[in-house]
Unconditional design. Structure first.
Length: 329
């Protein structure tokens, strides 16, 4: 009996895998969904996979070594920090992501967080819900965005859209991205600056860079100490860019006036955690990327990349340097 190629999903937060299944079955392949929680679960799930789609599972060297047939690893999302890219490259397995599925969603959410902090939206909502009427904060905490200097770390697809939105509010925008051309930043209407210049000048600092060895724990006590007293921090990028204990300390001391976070270094955020109770924090459960349009593009994009790999093609947007399809004996 002819073996039907198998695409394996290691984990997912969707109600079902019906859209992916429809595309995979139309291609003549089989889709198998898992909710892997342990290393053994992952190794068992991927051992016979012809392609692997993953969301948050840690795809370690041990898991990759078990992929004897896999022609690709596809990440549901933009970031690929849960996949060991070097190990995948060593096994000639291309790793692919979906880099353009939620640009507007995250950029919009960033502005909603910035406005929520500067206009004290959540603070006044809580006061009203508690039955009180009137100003919940001193007048100086009600900021107008036009008077703020906003620092943007990262000038990729999302960073650029955030800059476009900020400029519409007439604020002064500084951008730092060592991989971006200064001319491109200036052409958009912002100011290219060094990391130190951005950190020192920003009234609001918003993060839009990937998790890499250079950016992990970037925002720790040292960087926070160089920010303006009373500045605001926004992170919708990756949770491990920020040292949480240092952030909590800065929020409690007043070094930071507030923070808005959609991502955390440990997810889900523990039920008992200071960030859940600090009054100067806005938090969300890693949902900035969500909309019906974005979710459709994400799921269809992941399935199509996996299908292409099983067919012997190189999937779109390989991020780990593999340039030819994997040959599986």
């Amino acid at each position: 009996m002819t073996r039907v190629p198998r695409i394996v999903v290691t984990d997912y937060t969707f109600p079902d895998l019906d859209p992916e299944s429809a595309l995979v079955q139309q291609a003549g392949f089989e889709l198998v969904g898992h909710q892997c929680e342990t290393l053994d679960d992952l190794i068992g799930a991927v051992a016979d996979a012809d392609a692997v789609i993953t969301q948050f599972a840690r795809i370690t060297p041990a898991v990759i070594a078990a992929m004897t047939r896999a022609r690709a690893i596809v990440r549901y999302g933009i970031g690929v920090d849960n996949v060991d890219l070097d190990a995948a490259q060593a096994h000639a397995i291309p790793v692919s992501n979906i880099p353009d599925y939620c640009i507007d969603e995250v950029a919009d959410h960033t502005l909603s967080f910035i406005l929520g902090l500067t206009r004290q939206v959540v603070t006044h909502t809580r006061e009203m819900q508690a039955g009180r009427w009137g100003m919940a904060v001193p007048v100086h905490e009600m900021r107008v965005l036009r008077e703020q200097t906003v620092g943007v770390l990262g000038f990729g697809r999302i960073g650029r859209e955030v800059v476009r939105r900020l400029l519409a509010f007439k604020c002064h925008v500084l951008v730092h991205d060592p991989l971006a051309a200064a001319a491109d930043i200036v052409a958009l209407g912002a100011v290219a600056a060094s990391l130190e210049q951005v950190v020192a000048a920003a009234d609001v600092l918003t993060l839009h860079c990937p998790s890499t060895p250079d950016t992990r724990n970037l925002v720790g006590s040292a960087l926070l100490g160089r920010m303006k007293t009373g500045a605001l921090l926004v992170n919708l990028s990756r949770g491990d860019l920020v040292v949480t204990d240092a952030l909590v300390a800065a929020l409690r001391s007043g070094q930071l006036a507030g923070a808005a976070l959609d991502v955390f270094d440990s997810e889900p955020l523990p039920a008992v955690h200071p960030l859940r109770t600090l009054p100067n924090v806005i938090i969300a459960p890693h949902i900035a990327s969500v909309s019906p349009t974005a979710r459709h593009a994400l799921r269809e994009g992941a399935a199509r990349r996996a299908i292409a790999a099983v067919r012997g093609e190189l999937p779109a947007n390989v991020v780990n340097g593999v340039t030819v399809p994997r040959s599986v004996g």
